[in-house]
Design a protein around this ligand. Structure first.
Ligand code: DSN
Length: 426
């Protein structure tokens, strides 16, 4: 077969784009080379429907070992009893978990997307809002912090089967114990989708959801710095509350229902090449090197928030505990859309984001979300955060000045030359 130079040229261009730019999308990161290498291997050829030791296909003796290592390592990271490493993404992990716990039409309660939540936590355009009856809590207008009173009130009034916590654009820690308390009152389950801060939770830099939430889902490609994918975890397995028994009359455990909901419930063959990459990333997370990395993520986020505040940018909740911040640009008279598009021209990449109580549409928005996991992987430290904020500010204070944008773009490029990305790839 002839080499597909069209596609490979485009792949080279994408690598160059990543090398030259300042990557501030809070959900992105740069994996190690070995994580990327694992995804381009012969494992992509293998069908392995089922689970290690219980597959529907022959020839699974090698992938069984790989998948079992991924399971064992992620269980070790989070000190938990159960892990499913097959979800193709965070959305798939949430879909499977909900399928295991809910019936169509059951009530769920999640953080409103427009307040920092996620599509899969009940948005009407997503399966979670179409299959289940979704209710929402928000954040407080004055503080930008989760409105726990509203959560409790909605929980008591609506009595959802599942309360979902976790967020995509929330910079503070979460009070999981308080959420569990009201869940126990109404006999609800609690799911924490820790996709964003998972890396910080792994190393104890934020409260752990595992003590208080029945289920925890995550992606593996954000602060965990692994391949694109999802996982489902439980601190402790427990008897399923639906009375389901196996043919011998034994009660099936919750882990069984979740496994069944992933495959065959919502997915077919697992992506064993990605699972191998997950196993490698989990091995990396268990090292001290990752501990230093994720500590630096938190320090960088705090340094960046301080630098923004000093330039009169309005950070929702006033700062950050984790790896990201949400900035309301209304005092600067710029929309999120305009900021994103203009910064993009200077190779500074981030996303427009609704701010709580936004008066603009999700396509325009009043804010931007800024995250530091990727630039921290590039090797940046606290002092570099000031440089990044200065570059952003130079664009946002001269938003229509094309000459200025071109100058900043050159400065971004020479700044990023100090932080090589994948030098082995040439
Ligand atoms: N998790 C979202 C993000 O935070 O970018 C994408 O679904």
């Amino acid at each position: 077969m002839q080499k597909d130079t069209v596609i490979f040229d485009l792949i080279d261009k994408e690598l160059e784009r990543q090398r030259h730019g300042i990557e501030l999308i809070a959900s992105e990161n740069f994996t190690s080379l070995q994580v990327m290498e694992a995804m381009g291997t012969s494992l992509t050829n293998k069908y392995a429907e089922g689970y290690p030791g219980k597959r529907y296909y022959g020839g699974c003796e090698i992938v069984d070992q790989i998948e079992q290592l991924a399971i064992d390592r992620v269980k070790q990271i989070f000190n938990c009893a159960y892990a499913n490493v097959q979800p193709h993404s965070g959305a798939q992990a949430n879909a499977a978990l909900m399928m295991a716990v809910l019936k169509a039409g059951d009530k769920i309660l999640g953080l409103d997307l427009s307040m920092g939540g996620h599509l899969t936590h009940g948005s009407p355009v997503n399966f979670s809002g179409k299959l289940y009856k979704a209710f929402f809590y928000g954040v407080k207008k004055d503080t930008g912090l989760i409105d726990y009173e509203m959560l409790e009130e909605k929980a008591r009034t609506e009595k959802p089967v599942l309360i979902i916590c976790g967020a995509s654009a929330y910079s503070r820690d979460i009070d999981y114990a308080r959420i569990r308390k009201v869940a126990d009152e109404i006999n609800a389950f609690v799911l924490c989708d820790m996709a964003h801060p998972a890396g910080l939770i792994a190393k104890g830099l934020l409260s752990s959801p595992f003590e208080h939430c029945h289920f925890v889902t995550s992606t593996t490609h954000k602060t965990l710095r692994g391949p694109r994918g999802g996982i489902i975890l439980m601190k402790t397995d427990f008897e399923n509350p639906f009375g389901l028994k196996d043919p011998k009359g034994n009660v099936r455990m919750m882990s069984h229902l979740i496994d069944m909901a992933v495959f065959p419930g919502t997915q077919g063959g697992p992506l064993e090449h990605v699972i191998a990459a997950k196993a490698i990333a989990f091995g990396e997370i268990l090292t001290d090197e990752f501990t230093s990395y994720i500590n630096q993520v938190q320090l960088n986020a705090q340094a960046m928030a301080k630098a923004f505040v000093a330039k009169d940018y309005h950070i929702i909740s006033g700062g950050t505990d984790n790896h990201l911040m949400l900035i309301d640009l209304r005092n600067k008279n710029i929309t999120g859309k305009k900021a994103q598009e203009t910064l993009d021209k200077a190779h500074i990449t981030l996303n427009k984001n609704a701010v709580p109580f936004d008066d603009k549409s999700p396509f325009v928005t009043s804010g931007i979300r800024v995250g530091v996991p990727a630039i921290t992987t590039r090797g940046m430290k606290e002092a570099d955060m000031q440089t990044v904020v200065d570059l952003i500010d130079r664009i946002l204070t001269n938003i229509d000045d094309e000459k200025n944008i071109a100058t900043v773009k050159e400065d971004v490029k020479s700044f990023m030359n100090q932080f090589p990305l994948y030098p082995e790839l040439k």
